[in-house]
Design a binder for this molecule. Structure first.
Ligand code: PLP
Length: 480
């Protein structure tokens, strides 16, 4: 190991990093982040990098944001934390009120003519610490509802192929990322998976793209929706209804930034509603403006029974999460003390005051109409810049929803042949991008770009330019 009497050395000696092959990690001096301002991070040598994946999809308005800093400092001067077990507090109460406001926009109720099903209202907020715990909360609540409510019977959950909902055991049971999860299969409970609408690799789409920049998904007859319908029909026939249908709305992150075709969610949500299955939306990645609207579900006119939030919830400052749900779910847990209907679940830092203050400040910035316009313009620039990548033969697909983008690298766009894992194409491209001053992490061979909302247009252009140069450098003629 190299000799370094530095912070990097201390890290190498003592820290075990998440999702990291430590034998690889220990070969090089790591980048040690010492400060951040806006979309820029600065390392131990004074080098500056653009935060190309918003610090693993958490940061919204930039690092060192003056408004959020002020809110946290103000709260610090009062109190940092007191328990939510038996006590209320100011910022958590105000935040819950704000969440109920923004999570029930008039638009999701307007569309429903008389006689059609009406979206439920999200009225209750259960706080926890991270995305995984937000999902665990929804799972446990839905599980209890199945047992106590009209549905009866053993709880059953339906989720999407290649889904990722976190690393706690319940969340892993809902997921299907073999690379991460297979090792723990003995710990998991069974869940049913259904086809994810990944148009780029759709088995029903036989139309080959003719030109690299005109890849439309033709010949679609919504077979992917039919697959969901078939499972609901079978569950009905077998009298084994699904308790909950768990999904990421509009785009599945860890699955490889798989953007769903417009209308898919609306269609499958209608099937779930018909089957009286609870809708559990994982907006851990998509929430708080990433896809365009504050919450992605609303772009398809859907209101879930559970809305799971984390990551961007505090603007990327502090670990805090929330699970929003309906009064009808809440009511099933009401009863006398001795009835034991209490929701016996929670964490030490539930409703933490510093996190809630950061979240309130972040929400204020997010909802500012000027910022909504700026975000939209930034997403357009990101799209325009990424469109230039279609020219590269190794770019198989470019998937973007709002300010979330994934670029899938393949051997050749015509064959769509994937690079084998051992070539580490994604890792190598991201390493090259880091040399050019842009930090991000790949998902296999998909390069993720998720700019913080405070980015300037030129910073977004720099991110895509670094990606372009890096792809050419790693994959250019004869390189692999
Ligand atoms: C969609 C989704 N759900 C849940 C999680 C888990 O969140 P956390 O890492 O905060 O537990 C993630 C994390 O990447 C995610 O992308």
């Amino acid at each position: 190991m190299m000799k370094m009497h530095t912070l990097a050395e201390k890290d190498l000696q003592h820290i075990w990093h998440p999702f990291t092959q430590m034998s690889e990690w220990m070969k090089e001096e790591p980048i040690v982040i010492v400060s951040g301002k806006g979309a820029l991070l600065t390392d131990q040598h004074g080098r500056r990098y653009l935060d190309g994946n918003a610090s693993i999809w958490t940061n919204l308005h930039g690092h060192g944001n003056a408004v959020i800093n002020r809110a946290i400092k103000k709260q610090l001067s009062k109190i940092s934390h007191s328990s939510s077990l038996g006590l209320a507090n100011e910022p958590a109460s105000l935040l819950a009120e704000q969440f109920v406001k923004v999570a029930n926009p008039a638009a999701v109720y307007r569309d429903h003519a008389e006689g059609k099903p009406v979206n439920p209202r999200l009225e209750k907020v259960f706080f926890s610490d991270n995305g995984s715990t937000a999902l665990e909360t929804a799972l446990k609540l839905a599980c209890e509802c199945a047992k106590r409510g009209k549905m009866g019977g053993a709880p059953r959950f339906l989720s999407l192929e290649n889904a990722y909902h976190g690393d706690t055991v319940g969340a892993v049971s809902l997921g299907q990322v073999d690379l991460f999860h297979q090792a723990y299969s003995d710990l998991l409970f069974p869940t049913q998976k259904v086809m994810s609408p990944c148009c780029y690799r759709c088995p029903f789409n036989r139309a080959k793209p003719e030109r690299a920049d005109a890849r439309t998904y033709r010949q679609c007859h919504w077979e992917c929706v039919q697959k969901v319908g078939d499972l609901f029909d079978l569950a009905h026939k077998d009298r084994k209804p699904f308790t909950g249908f768990v999904f990421e709305p509009l785009i599945q992150g860890v699955a490889g930034m798989v953007a769903h075709p417009e209308g898919w969610l609306r269609r499958v949500a209608a099937l779930a509603r018909q089957a009286k299955t609870l809708l559990i939306a994982d907006e851990v990645m998509t929430g708080f403006g990433r896809t365009g609207s504050t919450f992605a579900c609303h772009q398809e006119g859907i209101q879930p029974d559970f809305l799971c939030l984390a990551k961007g919830m505090t603007g990327g400052y502090l670990p805090m999460a929330a699970t929003l749900t309906t009064r009808s779910v809440f009511d099933q847990f009401l009863g006398s003390y001795e009835s034991l209907k209490t929701f016996f679940h929670g964490h030490s830092y539930t409703g933490n005051q510093l996190g809630a203050s950061a979240s309130l400040a972040s929400l204020g910035i997010l909802e500012d109409p000027d910022n909504v316009v700026t975000r939209k313009a930034l997403a357009t620039v990101l799209g325009q810049q990424l469109d230039k990548l279609w020219k590269l033969p190794w770019v198989g697909d470019i998937r973007r929803v709002g300010l979330i983008a994934g670029v899938e690298l393949v051997r050749d766009w015509k064959s769509r042949e994937a690079w084998p894992m051992q070539d580490q194409v994604g890792i190598r491209v991201c390493r090259e991008m880091a040399r050019l001053g842009v930090l991000t992490r790949p998902i296999g061979n998909v390069i993720v770009l998720m700019p913080p909302y405070c980015c300037s247009k030129s910073q977004v252009r720099r991110m895509v330019s670094a990606l372009t140069t890096s792809i050419k450098k790693v994959l250019g003629e004869g390189k692999l």
